[in-house]
Every structure is written in C-alpha cells, then in structure tokens.
Write a protein that binds this ligand. Structure first.
Ligand code: 2AM
Ligand code: CA
Length: 263
C-alpha cells in the first residue's frame, strides 16, 4: 500500500514516538512500588512523546500550527493547517500497564480534518486515513460493521472521569443502553474506540466531554470507513462539542434515539 507523502510523515513521527512510549511502558511495572512514582513518570513519558511529535512534524511541514494535549496551541505561520496531537491517549491504561493506548495525529486544513494516524505501539496496530482516500489498518482497507440492530451489536462507550462530567446522565445512558445491546464495552482510549468502529470490530461508540486531540484522527477514520459520526444531538459538531456518537448509518441512528430519550 503506497500512501501520500503527508501520511508517510505522520506515520514516521507516530512510530518514533511510539518506540519511546513502548520503552517507557516497560519501565512502568518496576515503578509500581511507589504510589506517586508512576504518575510522574507517565507525565514525563507523555511530554517526551509530544516533543518528538512536534519536532518531527514541524521539521517535515514547517509553519503548520500544532495543538497538543500537553503543550496546548503553538501557532504557525501557515494559518490554514494545524496538527491536532494526543501523544498518549489512554493515559490511565498506560499507567496501569494495560496495552490499550495510542498516539493520535490529525491534520486540520481550514475547518476540516484531512488526514489521521492512530498508532498503538503495544500491539503495533497502525491506522491511517486520508479524506476521500479511505481508512486502513496495517495496510488493509477498513469498512464499518454491517449489523443493523442494536441487539446484535457490541457498543463501546466512555464514562465520566472521577470528579468530572455528569454522573447521573451517564448512569441513565448506561441503564438505557445495557438491555438493548449484545455487549457494552469501556476500553479507555477514545482514539482506539473510534478506530475500532472504523475497523468493524465495534458496531458503535459514544462518549461525552472529549477533547479535539482525542478524536480528530478517529472521526475521519470512521467516516472514511463508511460510518456516520455526529455529536450526541445528531448534529455534525463532534469535534467542537467533544460529544461523539458513531457507527454505521443504522446503528448511529439507533444510538442517538436511545441517548436522546434520557438526555
Ligand atoms: P487521555 O488518556 O489522553 O487523557 C477515555 O474516556 C478518554 O477520555 C481517553 O481518550 C482519555 O484521554 C480521555 N480522558 C482521560 N482522563 C480525562 C479527564 N480527566 N478529562 C477528560 N478526558 C479525559
Ligand atoms: Ca486523550
């Protein structure tokens, strides 16, 4: 599979930062003895990965802006292009040595995400998507699942983090969803949940209160794999609201129906 020069740049950056995270993951277990140790270590690993990504992406495309989870926005001379980067999505998993975390890189041109790369260095799964050119997992073209009914679907979700979000709302959503689906999952890395929907492993996914770096690349992936993505009200505003619902057209519509009824 031959990708564009742009995708090659993104993949190379993701793989280099991924090697760094993978080395750091190996260190985590030896740090578990001290309570504060691992959290500080992870935060350093996270920052190190972001700096690597900034260095590589900036070198390849000087002038593009850069929005990263750790460093915030770094404006570039080119106002129309911005990298949207999460150097470590699924931090809690990483901290616990659970191999469900990823680097997520999106590229926004004007108001549209035009390219995305999501890389899980723990299992070497690499997802790439380019607007109008499809979505791929390790060079295999992806298509969202075809299941039409919730009762045969596996649906992933996100839950409010401690001290944040609307706990009562999340409880109503879970109570409404549980009896309607074949299986409900909570994996803890939004980028990989979106990639999982693109890959047809998950039939659908919803989560609230996410940040652009969690979802920029993944939203494009679901669309390029033929899926439907929106905010929880059904409007095309997931990237700006941080609330996401996705699946194939039918499952997306079913999820919206259930979520709206308890909102
Ligand atoms: P992170 O690991 O990069 O922080 C899981 O529900 C998703 O929410 C992950 O993609 C995670 O990204 C994000 N997340 C984790 N902790 C969060 C917090 N305190 N507030 C908002 N988002 C969070
Ligand atoms: Ca994240």
């Amino acid at each position: 599979m031959i990708h564009s020069a742009l995708i090659n740049v993104m993949v190379k950056a993701a793989r280099r930062a991924g090697r760094s995270l993978k080395r750091d993951l190996g260190e985590i277990e030896s740090l578990q003895v001290s309570l504060k140790g691992p959290a500080n270590f992870v935060s350093a690993a996270d920052k190190r990965a972001e700096e690597m990504l900034y260095t590589d992406l900036n070198k390849a495309r000087p002038g593009y802006g850069f929005l990263g989870e750790e460093g915030g926005i770094r404006a570039g001379s080119d106002q129309s292009h911005t990298w949207i980067v999460d150097p470590l999505d699924g931090t809690t998993n990483f901290l616990h040595g659970i191999p469900q975390f990823a680097i997520s890189i999106g590229l926004k041109r004007e108001d549209t995400v035009v390219a995305g790369v999501i890389y899980n260095p723990a299992n070497d799964e690499l997802y790439v998507a380019e607007r109008g050119k499809g979505c791929f997992l390790n060079d295999q073209r992806l298509r969202v699942a075809a299941r039409q009914q919730l009762n045969s679907s596996v649906i992933a979700c996100g839950l409010p983090h401690i001290g944040r979000g609307d706990l009562a709302l999340a409880q109503r959503e879970l109570a409404a969803m549980m009896p309607r689906v074949a299986g409900l999952r909570r994996f803890g890395a939004a980028s990989l949940d979106l990639a999982g929907v693109a890959a047809g492993r998950l039939d659908g996914y919803w989560e609230r209160n996410l940040q652009p770096w969690d979802i920029a690349a993944g939203l494009l992936m679901v669309r390029e794999a033929g899926g439907t993505v929106s905010g929880i009200t059904g409007k095309d505003d997931a990237l700006t609201t941080g609330d996401v619902v996705c699946g194939n057209e039918a499952i997306h519509a079913e999820l919206i129906k259930v979520l709206k009824a308890v909102a």
